[in-house]
Design a protein around this ligand. Structure first.
Ligand code: TXA
Ligand code: MG
Length: 346
């Protein structure tokens, strides 16, 4: 698979009529895949109603086809074309949080192609809060299936440059809208059961949802306390950096002692830590990812720092843990998946 990947840099106030957006929309209607920014991460879009277009997403990413995709829309009207019905609770959520980082699972009416839904009776839908994404959706006049625009297993892209690293030569084009805002993906909320359930924590927090919903469940699969497998074969799973990542849970002194022990054993260690811990460590390779007091900043920086350490320079990454509330829940969900080992302070 090798093709010329077009790179467009539209204006900061993009309009549907811009040449770049018109070109990208044209390619989408021709069943090609195009990467575009959203407020969370860059997405890899294709016509959600067209099976062969969607097939190209899976091929470009190397993504297993049993993992369903999110459909992006520019209006609530378009949701009606994709689902059997919109429950009142979903309508309330759309009115409150759309456009924004909240994906709703609703009952599919079969319009979304079956490789979008992975054969499920449900479909995941969201309206991105990004002018460029919305202009593209309107210009294409299509609902766009779009997973994160990374090679499967890699950290999600928060800059057009990350998309280029992973997918250049494999997709028709990339719309560069600068760095994304939220930095972690949307919250996925199942609205098909009586009590809505969070399937993936993300940009809209549980606390945000509780302002609108009388009750919100967390999918039991998310709260499983099982540590990820330590087997080296399982190294490259989700959001994985080039070197294996160990997640350290404990106080700063505990982190420091783990770092020193591993250094004594001869490992070249890269550290990912809050600004506060980074400053205390006096270690050669430290990437600060924001203040502990500002989890929004940590979420925004997370995927970029996960991409920064190269296998050639570092044997192992030690990463600090963050509080599990607010957008910290999404950060910890991704870090747990990115890690091959979790070390907890006894
Ligand atoms: O922020 C985001 O959501 C980004 C941007 C590009 O919009 N997209 C994204 O897509 O993260 P992706 O494909 O990487 O993640 C889709 C998530 C997966 O966890 C998938 O299992 C879940 O949504 N999902 C999709 N359809 C589903 C369905 N019908 N039922 C349950 N989960 C579903
Ligand atoms: Mg993804």
């Amino acid at each position: 698979m090798s093709m010329i990947t077009k790179l467009w840099k539209p204006s900061e106030q993009p309009k549907e009529s811009d040449v770049s957006i018109q070109e990208a929309a044209y390619l989408l209607r021709e069943q090609q895949v195009v990467a575009f920014p959203t407020e969370t991460v860059y997405g890899l879009g294709a016509d959600a109603t067209n099976e062969s277009a969607v097939q190209r997403i899976f091929e470009a990413k190397g993504r297993p086809s049993d993992n369903p995709l999110i459909v992006h829309v520019a209006s609530i009207r378009e949701v009606e074309d994709l689902v059997t019905h919109i429950p009142q609770v979903a309508r309330n959520l759309m009115e409150r949080f759309w456009p924004g980082p909240l994906t709703l699972i609703l009952e599919s009416n079969g319009t979304a192609s079956k490789n979008v839904t992975a054969g499920l009776k449900t479909v995941a839908i969201r309206m991105p809060d990004h002018a460029l994404a919305l202009a593209l959706l309107k210009a294409a006049e299509l609902p766009l299936a779009a997973p994160s625009a990374n090679r499967s297993g890699r950290p999600s892209p928060t800059k057009a440059e990350h998309v280029r690293q992973d997918l250049e030569g494999r997709i028709a084009g990339i719309l560069d809208g600068g760095p994304t805002g939220v930095g972690v993906e949307s919250t996925v909320l199942d609205c098909t059961s009586d009590i809505p359930a969070i399937l993936r924590p993300g940009g809209i927090t549980k606390e945000d949802l509780e302002e609108v919903l009388p009750e919100v469940k967390i999918d039991p699969a998310l709260t499983g306390k099982d540590a990820p497998p330590v087997s080296p074969g399982m190294k490259y799973t989700h959001y994985a950096p080039e070197s294996p990542l160990w997640l350290i849970k404990g106080e700063d002194e505990f982190f420091r002692s783990q770092l020193h022990e591993l250094q004594e054993e001869g490992y070249r260690i890269g550290v990912i830590a809050s600004n506060e811990l980074a400053e205390k460590l006096h270690h050669e390779f430290v990437l600060p990812c924001g203040s502990r007091e500002n989890l929004t900043e940590v979420a925004n920086r997370l995927y970029e720092v996960l991409r920064e350490y190269k296998e050639s320079d570092i044997d192992l990454i030690l990463c600090e843990s963050f509080p599990d509330y607010g957008v910290g829940a999404a950060v910890m969900n991704r870090l747990t998946k990115a890690s091959v080992k979790i070390i907890e302070q006894p």
